[in-house]
Design a binder for this molecule. Structure first.
Ligand SMILES: NC(=O)c1ccc[n+]([C@@H]2O[C@H](COP(=O)([O-])OP(=O)(O)OC[C@H]3O[C@@H](n4cnc5c(N)ncnc54)[C@H](OP(=O)(O)O)[C@@H]3O)[C@@H](O)[C@H]2O)c1
Length: 282
């Protein structure tokens, strides 16, 4: 009998796709939305978790800009909430996979040559969101050293309001579009990410921190051009701009590509190149 997968934060982008894919893989799935299980309420978590469950925590305060003026809430969900989930799993004897982010890194290599971030590279979040997620990583591993932290980045589904969906909509129009060219990272297709989360949940990987992102790196500008090409629109309509043309409350790392080398050595299947994943999504 396949392990039960308990998904916390099941109403979000990752949680929704994860629930569908876990069920398709033959798992019994318990999907818990924020209304059914609030991670800031430790007792609300415990009553849902049994021994031998594999819990995947997708719950997070993800409004990166709003977090700058709502620090307490960001830390309550992303740090204390994550810790509550880890304590509940440890007490129940369940496994735990906790999702984290490339925004735990700064993108600043202090003058040395930049390289895709490896699992043990120095962190240095620039934003409240990044700091709250890093605090969550520490809290989870302190409460449950055999939990997995899976960092990912720039998630897209191609639907709803994500970056790829927005570019598709703009490509259907006829104007030009300015997109920042000085932020580089790793776009990750949500369908590929959830496969990695399920793999991490099966309990055969010993490395606590893992990176799961599509292979390669790109700027938002290049990613937007790739979307235009794939839908048959003229990519020249996408024009590069610097991020200071679009100032936002929360600073983003200028470089946050994730390396999967160590995660692959630890047994996680590497994800395909981001362009292939983008083509599949579109
Ligand atoms: N999206 C990205 O590009 C990206 C990149 C790197 C890492 N990540 C990480 O990936 C994970 C999943 O993110 P996502 O993109 O799926 O975000 P999302 O769509 O915003 O989903 C987050 C979910 O968490 C729920 N939630 C918020 N507060 C909660 C609470 N107190 N208790 C229980 N659930 C709560 C939300 O429910 P409500 O809507 O009801 O509040 C929402 O369903 C997060 O850990 C995020 O940090 C995301």
């Amino acid at each position: 009998m396949s392990q039960r997968i308990v998904i916390i934060g099941a109403g979000g982008l990752v949680g929704t796709v994860l629930a569908a894919q876990a069920a398709q893989c033959g798992h019994v799935v318990l999907s818990l939305t924020s209304a059914q299980c609030d991670v800031t309420d430790a007792t609300s978590i415990e009553r849902h978790i049994d021994a031998d469950d594999a819990v995947i925590n997708c719950a997070a305060y993800t409004k990166v800009d709003e977090a700058e003026r709502d620090e307490d809430r960001a830390f309550a969900v992303n740090a204390t909430g994550a810790e509550n989930v880890a304590h509940a799993c440890a007490r129940a004897g369940a496994g735990l996979v906790h999702v984290s982010t490339d925004y735990v890194f700064s993108g600043d290599f202090g003058g040395s040559e930049r390289h895709p971030y490896e699992i043990d590279d120095e962190t240095g979040p620039l934003s409240v969101y990044g700091r709250s997620k890093l605090a969550g990583e520490f809290a989870v591993l302190a409460a449950m050293p055999d939990a997995h932290i899976v960092r990912t980045s720039w998630i897209f589904s191609g639907h709803g309001g994500d970056f790829v969906a927005t570019m598709r909509r703009l490509a259907a129009g006829d104007g030009t579009v300015d997109v920042v060219a000085d932020q580089v990272g790793t776009p990750t297709y949500v369908g590929d990410l959830v496969g990695a989360l399920l793999e991490a949940a099966d309990g055969t990987i010993s490395e606590p921190v893992l990176h799961a992102a599509n292979a390669g790196e790109t700027s938002r500008f290049e990613q937007a051009r790739a979307v235009f090409e794939l839908v048959g629109a003229d990519p020249e309509r996408v024009r590069p701009v610097d991020s200071d043309r679009h100032p936002r409350p929360a600073p983003r790392p200028q470089y946050s590509a994730l390396s999967a080398v160590r995660s692959t050595e630890a047994g996680l299947t590497p994800l395909r190149p981001w362009r292939d994943a983008l083509a599949a999504a579109i």
